[in-house]
Design a protein around this ligand. Sequence first.
Ligand code: SAH
Length: 330
Amino acid sequence: MSTILEISVECDAEAAEAVSELFNRFNGGDYDADSEAGEASGGGAVIETTGYDDFNEPIAGEFRIVVKTYIKPGGRGAQIRRQIEEGLWFLSRIYPIPEPQFRELREEDWANAWKRFYKPLRVGRRVLLKPSWEQAEIAPEDIVVELDPGMAFGTGLHPSTRLCIAALEDHVQPGDAVLDVGTGSGVLAIVAHKLGAAAIVATDIDPIAVEVTQENAARNQVPLHTHPGIMVAQGSVPAGVANRFDVVVANILAEVLVKLFDGEYSYPPLAEPLKPGGVLILAGIIEERAEMVVEAAQRHGCTPIDRKQEGDWVALIVRKQVAEIEDHGG
Ligand code: SAH
């Protein structure tokens, strides 16, 4: 009887995203019980959340996130385990994560048991992120987004993603054109569609994110490459669409946002696609770096109108000025 090695790490929402990515990188692929022992078919990361009350709200002090992965014995199994252990060690320099726990499981004990733990997650005022197999109490006004767990980016567990969803709820009007730069799993583009946005463009420099976004759009019955619907493309700030979008959202990182504003990559500057009077939602910003992003926004004719914060993470909401600043450059 073969056994499966379970590696689990208990962590906060922010570290959960990084640990999941590590597990997906080294132990990805669909979990396949019949494949050769030791093949990298561990199904990647499994995220378990516990500590909810009867209304599916997290209970303070009891809410826990555990990220797990399962490695089959023999063959590449030992190598996968070593890569993961090394990766976790490096991550522990950045995030306060505890030592990983190891457990041997009998295959039949394991099969599908984990699905019990991935629970629907409420975000913002109306959005419900939910695993496809879970039943949830759905109110008529709820916006339900189905995402598979264990995807690299945009599980909804990261504070920045939640702040962006709340900001989209504030600013997206039915019929709006919305641009999502750095779409990851496509979560924000799908939320924008469900909030009534008509034309949505979602870009990411990572080709895997483009694929995952297409899968998640299909899972949520969001049409691709139609109007209304989501157009997904590999890339960043799109060219040739100056002054077209009512809302632009970019949940990347402070340093990257500043460079995008200044047009330091080969892409058009971040504020260019935005209509005058349009709203830009900026996230992925650690509190200490908020000021540099505000300054970059102001350099490019945008005025801060709101700020949301969760823990150390900040989302800045800025508006593009209607009378654009004259370019005095020579
Ligand atoms: N929008 C999702 C994912 C955010 S993770 C959410 O809110 O949860 C950030 C994403 O930005 C990653 O998928 C990464 O590949 C992408 N990215 C990084 N630098 C980028 C750039 N310069 N232009 C476009 N996308 C970028």
